[in-house]
Design a protein around this ligand. Structure first.
Ligand code: DON
Length: 572
């Protein structure tokens, strides 16, 4: 009976929406009653994201006549409300798109170091790193980029911004039912939220949260309304900027009104390369993602990996060694290319990559003591979230955003209701000192005012015969590029179903520490073989939450959400 009522309400809303375009997208979304859906095959459009409500908002926007960019903007804004661990206003992200006319787009809204940041700001007088400062609280926050990024991507959108932001306002103002998982996180992080915020945020209440409780975020709703009224200035200037700077003053942070006013997202040339006839479109610096996937794919291209078989010791070893070598280069050479000359063409030349793999010995582990970053001639010129979207006319969008780790700095801007990132930890705070993902860096990724910290986020679009074939991305810190690499190889080389390509266990090597991470359910026989080759194996809980849309040969869209979380595929 209940199901019938829900169905009738749904059909009525569809009809109403068709007749009355002033209705908002939230009409199609019941924020108190929603379910996770892992897969859908459809023909008019699809959205996969980390939260069912956000995916539903995206699809509602498509149904209102919006294109994939509209849907991606509305989905991100909804995630900022319903998925505050990584959806955000106070963080940053990247968008990669292939538009219906063939144009390739890359938008960089990565956070920047504040103007008063300096190279040694996280070192004590003895030169020792103070990682609590780079990973928690006010000083760990970079200047947020998301709102500027949303407005930069609006160039390619078609609906009014009012329509795109209204669902997020409704979700913040009227509230939504939190999941069991959310309840656990809010309870576990209560002390952190209180310690690192100067005013009690909406995620904190006296008694324990439980699944199904309603989270209302009034301050966040007001911030969203200011953005609705004033556009980007509703965030970077006026009341919201004032609230951010007051929060900074109370918590000894350094972001100023000037930093906020000066922040601008950047449109960049996507990082594009060919692999066996496919064209792979990724994010350029300050993301290491596009370049790492490029290096790793090219290092395996001339090997008959398909014949080795999925998860065979031969295939895993080959990919682990490609990963090791690419990540050694990441540590040495990669950083914000606006500040540091990243030798992209050398790092991706056939000659260089062939040489990198020259000392690869099948059946025997290499050693990160010996595998150093490559030689470059001097003249050479754990939370993030991903969403994939496609629309009927063929616009394909991949977006990955983050606050860095889950709930970022744990600092909520008093009176404005959103979390600030702790992205400053993605800089190399000192050469050789690992960040929270164990990544080390050097000069290329040293802190400088106005510089963007190196990222691993890898929103990626694979084109086949010139048309979108796969739209991929994932969270996971430094494991992001290796998860994207493996998902592409699983589909292109091992011919796996999209579900298997996403859901089967993943592995990861990042040069240092010299360990291979395997997901807990990894096949024991392969694990044993790898140990026999000399690898140090470390078991790990879920690697990534990969979202994929595959465009099938009959032109239908197959959207698959990772089964490692509440990720949901929606479409119509
Ligand atoms: O930009 C980066 O590479 C990191 N800040 C991403 C963090 C992340 O993916 C955490 N998620 N699990």
């Amino acid at each position: 009976m209940m199901k019938k009522i829900i169905f009738l309400v749904f059909i009525t809303s569809l009809f109403y929406l068709g007749c009355n375009t002033t209705k908002t997208a939230t009409t199609l979304v019941d924020q108190f009653n929603y379910e996770v859906q892992k897969k859908i095959v459809c023909e008019n459009g699809a959205v996969v994201s980390a939260h069912p409500l956000a995916s539903k908002v995206g699809v509602a926007i498509l149904k209102m006549g919006g294109n994939a960019v509209d849907a991606a903007i509305a989905t991100q804004l909804a995630l900022a409300v319903v998925y505050p661990n990584a959806g955000n206003l106070g963080g940053g992200g990247f968008m990669v798109a292939r538009l219906k006319d063939g144009k390739l787009v890359a938008i960089d809204y990565r956070e920047k170091a504040p103007g008063n940041a300096h190279r040694d700001m996280y070192l004590n007088p003895a030169g020792e790193p103070q990682l609590e400062l780079s990973q928690y609280g006010h000083l760990s926050a970079g200047v947020p980029g998301t709102v500027s990024g949303l407005f930069e991507s609006r160039k390619y959108a078609t609906l009014s911004f009012d329509k795109l932001i209204q669902p997020a306002i409704d979700l913040a103002e009227k509230g939504f039912a939190i999941s069991e998982r959310d309840a656990k996180a809010y309870n576990a992080l209560k002390d952190d939220f209180l310690k690192y915020s100067t005013q009690t945020p909406a995620f904190v209440k006296d008694n324990l949260w439980k699944g199904g409780d309603t989270l209302i975020q009034k301050d966040l709703a007001e911030t969203l309304k200011r953005i609705k009224r004033k556009g980007s200035k509703g965030f970077y200037e006026g009341e919201t900027a004032r609230l951010i700077v007051e929060e900074m003053k109370r918590g000894k942070g350094i972001i100023t009104l000037e930093d906020l006013k000066n922040y601008k997202a950047a449109s960049r040339e996507p990082h594009v390369f060919e692999y066996k006839g496919y064209k792979i479109v990724g994010m350029p610096m300050p993301s290491s993602g596009g370049l790492l996937v490029h290096q790793m794919m090219k290092m395996i291209e001339d090997k008959p990996i398909a014949s080795y078989g999925f998860h065979s010791p031969e295939a895993v070893q080959l990919m682990v060694e490609a990963e090791r070598r690419a990540y050694a280069d990441r540590a040495q050479f990669m950083g914000d290319a606006d500040f540091y000359k990243v030798p992209v063409s050398t790092l991706t030349s056939d000659k260089y990559l062939k040489e990198r793999m020259a000392d690869f010995v099948p059946g025997k582990a290499s050693n990160s003591e010996q595998i150093k970053p490559g030689e470059i001639p001097a003249i050479e010129s754990e939370e993030t979230t991903h969403l994939s979207v496609i629309d009927k006319s063929g616009n394909a969008v991949a977006v990955t955003t983050t606050l860095n780790n889950s709930y970022g700095s744990k600092t909520v801007v008093g009176g404005a209701g959103f979390l600030l990132n702790d992205e400053m930890d993605d800089f190399s705070v000192k050469p050789g000192v690992p960040n929270m993902y164990g990544a080390i860096g050097a000069e290329a990724n040293a802190i400088m005012p106005g510089k963007r910290m190196l990222s691993s986020m890898t929103p990626t679009i694979v084109l086949k015969d010139g048309s979108p074939y796969l739209i991929i991305g994932t969270p996971g810190g430094t494991t992001i590029p290796t998860s994207v690499f493996q998902t592409i190889v699983n589909i292109i080389e091992f011919n796996m179903s999209t579900e298997d390509a996403v859901w089967k266990p993943k592995f990861h090597h990042q040069w240092l520490p010299d360990e291979v991470y395997l997901e807990k359910n990894f096949p024991p026989a392969t694990k044993k073989s790898l140990e026999g080759m000399g690898y140090k194996i470390v078991e790990r809980n879920g690697i990534g939450r990969t979202e994929v849309i595959k465009i099938l040969s009959n032109k239908k869209f197959e959207a698959v959400a990772d089964n490692r979380g509440d990720d949901t595929a929606e479409g119509w």
